[in-house]
Design a protein around this ligand. Structure first.
Ligand SMILES: [Fe+2]
Length: 245
């Protein structure tokens, strides 16, 4: 389905290129996002209104995490390749058009995925902190080449309203530029993403900002954008879908 008007403004596109990420609202109709939120609870086999059910991580979800080669972390519910139609419905034509705007690519390049990665962060008793600042693609086993990179844009769709310290992603504005400069300073040394990741700590990327997304907001971030998951010290899980193109 074609989108008749471009969904993002020039200011939003400028912000994406300057900061390496943007949190965009209005690309998913409210009713679709809220239906997606309800589908999350159905997939997890938990009751949103009964925290007593929130430890019931399904065998299917745990198996899915292991199959993908990740160890399930406490308080992180992951489900790879989920195909619930109400979750996939969140990948709207407006979202596809927005990614075309941000990357200056044809909209024909972007299609809703066949399956999505659920990454929900449950409330924790730990202090608020971010975990492992990183840019995506640096897992050694994957052997991703650094340039031009394994993907052209990343997205996280948030499916509930997230308060401060409620599991919102943190991101370092502008970090994609010095990381790219480091990669380009020695293409042989940094041929692979995992090797570049090892030297992330040598780059001054300043301070992060914590996002506080609403249900249906989408974070788009660029290759080399440094970001991190955070502990959720609020009372409700953070619900999100992640995809790369
Ligand atoms: Fe990441």
């Amino acid at each position: 389905m074609a989108v008749e008007t471009l969904p993002l403004t020039e200011n939003q596109i400028d912000q994406y290129h300057r900061d390496g990420f943007i949190l965009a609202s209005g690309l998913i109709p409210e009713a679709i996002a809220r239906t997606g939120e309800a589908a999350m609870w159905e997939v997890m086999g938990m009751d949103a209104n009964d925290p007593g059910t929130w430890d019931n991580f399904s065998d299917e979800a745990i198996a899915s995490t292991f199959q993908a080669g990740f160890k399930p972390r406490s308080k992180l519910f992951q489900f790879f390749g989920n195909q619930h139609p109400d979750l996939l419905a969140c990948y709207t034509p407006e979202m596809m058009a927005a990614m075309a705007q941000l990357t200056c690519e044809s909209v024909d390049l972007f299609h809703p995925p066949d399956g999505t990665l659920i990454q929900n962060i449950f409330p924790s008793d730990e202090k608020w902190a971010w975990r492992g600042a990183h840019f995506d693609g640096g897992v050694k086993a994957k052997m991703h080449k650094t340039l031009p990179g394994p993907f052209i844009i990343n997205s996280i769709i948030y499916l509930n309203d997230i308060e401060k310290h409620g599991g919102g992603t943190v991101a370092w504005p502008g970090s994609h530029k010095p990381i790219r400069a480091l990669a380009e300073s020695d293409p042989k040394k940094y041929e692979y993403m995992w090797r570049l990741s090892q030297d992330l700590h040598t780059v001054d990327i300043g301070d992060p900002v914590e996002l506080e997304p609403k249900c249906g907001d989408i974070l788009f971030f660029a290759h080399f954008c440094v970001h991190a998951a955070t502990n959720n010290v609020r009372d409700t899980p953070r619900l999100a879908l992640r995809s790369r193109w």
